[in-house]
Design a binder for this molecule. Structure first.
Ligand code: 2AM
Length: 177
């Protein structure tokens, strides 16, 4: 089985900016450079036939390039415990349009609809109940911003679990028009 998701890889200078602000939250698992991405659609566990269908369906997407920038911070809770600290991006509109196209393509390949609403974000750290407060980090970095960067491709990623955390590899790249 293959655990797949569709994501945008931020350019090197943006990843460097994100890496540079990491730290200052105890018990946080900060993401490595290789792990930084913006998920467009989580696909989940599929066999290789469905994986091939997903890859082919994504290949039929036409979408113009667009620009986004880093914009602020946020966090997700799971059952009342903060489990994810992330960087936001703006504007959301072009990402939502691309997400809808990816969603339709993935659905055509037989994947069930995503239960999570699409909220564009780049995960910076995984947290758990033992993690310390994020207030200091948020105070220092809440105004996170960057120059606009162009999104000229997206990718189908495969996730494999290792003792050090998730390892992501790009299975296929898709160029935007
Ligand atoms: P996250 O960073 O907010 O956890 C690989 O797991 C990628 O798919 C991650 O970026 C993760 O988002 C995203 N994702 C979206 N829905 C998911 C789900 N139901 N289970 C696991 N990962 C999911």
């Amino acid at each position: 089985m293959h655990r797949l998701f569709v994501a945008i890889r931020p350019p090197r200078d943006i990843r460097a900016q994100l890496l540079s602000i990491m730290g200052g939250v105890s018990g946080a698992r900060w993401q490595s450079d290789d792990q930084l991405h913006l998920t467009l659609r989580f696909v989940g566990e599929v066999d290789r036939h469905v994986a091939a269908d997903v890859a082919a369906a994504l290949g039929s997407i036409h979408h113009p390039r667009f620009s986004i920038a880093l914009a602020g911070l946020g966090s997700f809770d799971k059952r009342g415990i903060r489990d994810n600290l992330w960087a936001g991006v703006a504007p959301h509109e072009p990402l939502k349009t691309l997400h809808n196209k990816v969603d339709q393509a993935v659905s055509r390949a037989g994947i069930a609809p995503d239960s999570r609403a699409f909220l564009p974000h780049i995960t910076l750290a995984r947290l758990n109940r033992a993690s310390g407060p994020i207030d200091g980090f948020a105070e220092q970095n809440g105004g996170l911003a960057s120059a606009p960067f162009e999104v000229d491709h997206f990718a189908l990623y495969e996730s494999t679990m290792t003792p050090e955390g998730a390892h992501y590899t790009i299975a296929e790249r898709y160029r935007l028009d």
